[in-house]
Structures are given as C-alpha cells and as structure tokens.
Design a protein around this ligand. Sequence first.
Ligand code: DP6
Length: 325
Amino acid sequence: MTTRSATAIAHANIALAKYWGKREIDGNVPATPSVSLTLGGLSTRTTVALLDAGAAADALVLNGEPQGGKPLARVSRMLDEIRALAGVATRARVTSANDFPTASGLASSASGFAALALAAASAYGLAPDRTALSRLARRASASAARSVFGGFVSLGTEADAAATPIAPPEAWDVAIVVAATTLDQKPIGSTEAMERTRVTSPYYEAWLADAPGLAREIHEAILARDLERLGSAAEASALRMHACALGARPSILYWSAATISLLRGVEALRREGVPAYATIDAGPHVKILCGGADAEMIAKRLGPLAVRTIVARPGPAARLLEEAP
Ligand code: DP6
C-alpha cells in the first residue's frame, strides 16, 4: 500500500554553452561552466510513491516499461540521498514518462532527474529550496541541475555547483528547432564519452581553457538579447566540444551524414540573412537556435533533411503537480 506520493514535471534543456567533462572530485561536478535554455512542451512527468515499510527494493517504470539494472540503480542512488536527508528508509516506486519522442534526441536525463529530485523530495516530506534541489539533481546528471529552473540558466564548476537562472522564459522570443536525424539510440552515452575524452583526448586541456570564455560570452549575449553573438558563440561551443571528443581514442564521432547536411542547411539559411545557429549534443541530431518568428519556416525548410522536427520555445521551471483528490 502506498503511504505518500508526489508528482513533478520538468522540462528538457539544451546547452548553448556545453558541459563536457567532469572534475576529478566526488559529486558529479562539471569541469566546464554551461549555459542552457529550458524548453517548453518537452517534459518528463514523474511520480514517486512510497512503498510499504517491508518492501526490499525500489521499483522503476519508464515510459510504461519496468526497469532494472543501471537505470534503476541510478534512480535508487538519488532516492538513497533523499532518504538519508529525510531519515526515512522506506523504498519507493518511481513511474516516469516523457511527452516527447525518445528519438527526438533530447536529453531525457535532464528533465528526468530534475523531475525525480522534486517528486522524491516531496514524497519523502522534504521541501528543499531551488538551489538545494538543483544540487541534488546535479549529483545524478549535471544537465538536470539546469532543468530545475525555467528559461535561460547557468551552471558553474564549483564543488557544490547549483544552477542559477539568467532570464525567465518570457524574457526573449527565441526558439530551438530540433531536427532529429535517426530513430536509433546513441551508441555511447554522454557520461562514458566525456570520461573517455578527459582521459584520452589531447585537446581536452585546450577545451577546458577555452570553454569558460565562451560561456561568459553566451551569458552576456543573453543579457544583451544579442542573437547573432549568442548563436555564433553557441555554435562554437558545440563544435569545439565535438572536436575535443573526436580526439579521444577510440574516437567519439556522434555525427551522421544527415548531421552535416543539416549544418550546411543552417549555413545556407544564414547566407540568406536568417539568423539560425546549430548546436549538437551527444548524438547526431541538430538543434537550431533562431528567432521565435522564424522557427516554423526553419522547421519546414530543414524538415526534408531530418526524420522529424520539433519546434520548442523557452519553457518553465520544474514544478509539483497537485495530487488528484
Ligand atoms: C552534451 O548531463 O547527460 O548534453 O552528468 O554524466 O549525466 P551526466 O552527463 P549529461 O551530459 C550532458 C552533455 C551535453 C552538454 C550539456 O547538456 O551541457
């Protein structure tokens, strides 16, 4: 029998300044500062329900499928931290679903762990402030620290790093056009890929030296609402991150032929005077930053190069849902 439950919703975010690489300290701390945009309409909804005192293990259902192994272990690790804070040992059932297709290439760990942190804290009777919640989410997945907040968000590299908001979603009418290039899962996850990059890429030190300057520029461009400056720095951040990962051994090459075609398509748009800038995460999909008024046109134009396009606008912070009566 369930004694206590809570449901939270959190949205995906796209890094404009990329986090890639972890500091060599405990707590899953990024080695580079990042700046992101939380997206509307692309969310994870997660319910955490406490089980009977006798239950021996947590349970996880993701998009309708019961999970064990690594996914469950990662969720249980976060629940263990929350249980330690709450002084409660009771296990829980976690039910989580995304409202966006897995093949969209949007990081579900960001929205997933932000929603889990909020729902679990509430189910176990805690009421952490946003900073504490962001820290909790970061320990599970650093990009999740940013999805605790809406709009434009930054995350640093300090040992207890928590994200901080830069500007709310309504502050600037920009959009991200997600151009998914394949329905397949990515061959290597970001956690493993960034660790291999750190250990084997000769360009890693250069990436660490360069990334903070780009993150500062991106932060300033957001405050100035300067799309051209933001876009060109965001594109550089993504391409330098991938250049660094390409230098790993074995090399990490996330791109496909469609990725290059989309990059060329974005260049062509710019040549025609449309402000459009590409960013790419740990996968082959291309996400295009643009002015809100151009988003639908860009999605239509680049649509033939992708298997699917989604227009995403700036979105809100993670939030708790009222329990059904
Ligand atoms: C390329 O946050 O998924 O999306 O902290 O190991 O869970 P972990 O990694 P994750 O990495 C995100 C990498 C990225 C860039 C970014 O979101 O900043």
